[in-house]
Write a new protein. Structure first.
Length: 183
């Protein structure tokens, strides 16, 4: 599903276009994901995992466009995507269809400016409209900024996956499992 286009104004006055990425935007999304993977250890991939497959990413974006439940919210600024948030059904089985999984990333240069909160509020509103009754996510235990955003957005911690991530330096990070149950 494609979300309705909107604008987000950064504190410095720059305007980002908020819309769903489409298959033609795959190179921009590929660049965002490869860049954010290199900026911090908070994403699932490392740059050493190799580049994203562009054709596979186009197919991924096409599947969002035709879905009745799954969607993406992307922030476009000039010739780049600076923020990415996706919501997709956990499983397409009757017992799971009320659950959505959320993942997001923002270029470090654009964090702490309200973009994440704005995208999150849009995502929660859209998820409810699409029939989801709860959103779930996993976050690195040491990603305090993201955890604060999620808690502020109504997510509650309900579990820990110990040593879920092994970093290149050999250290581990736990994954905090969170849920936002819509009342």
């Amino acid at each position: 599903m494609l979300i309705e286009e909107r604008k987000f104004v950064f504190p410095n006055g720059e305007e980002a276009i908020i819309r769903s990425a489409r298959s033609k935007d795959a190179p921009l999304l590929k660049d965002l994901r490869e860049t954010t993977a290199a900026e911090t250890h908070f994403l699932a991939r490392e740059p050493e995992d190799g580049p994203f497959n562009l054709e596979r990413m186009k197919g991924f974006l096409d599947s969002f466009e035709t879905s009745k439940t799954d969607f993406m919210i992307n922030a476009f600024l000039g010739d780049q995507i600076v923020g990415d948030l996706g919501v997709f059904m956990v499983r397409p089985h009757l017992k799971y269809m009320h659950r959505g999984y959320l993942g997001m990333s923002i270029r470090q240069k654009y964090t702490g400016m309200g973009l994440g909160s704005y995208m999150m509020s849009l995502a929660i509103e859209q998820a409810k409209h699409n029939g989801f009754e709860q959103l779930e996510l996993g976050v690195y235990s040491d990603n305090e900024r993201a955890r604060h955003l999620y808690e502020k957005s109504g997510f509650k911690e309900y579990g820990i996956n110990p040593r879920a991530f092994k970093l290149l330096d050999g250290t581990y990070r736990d994954e905090i499992i969170m849920v936002n149950i819509f009342e």
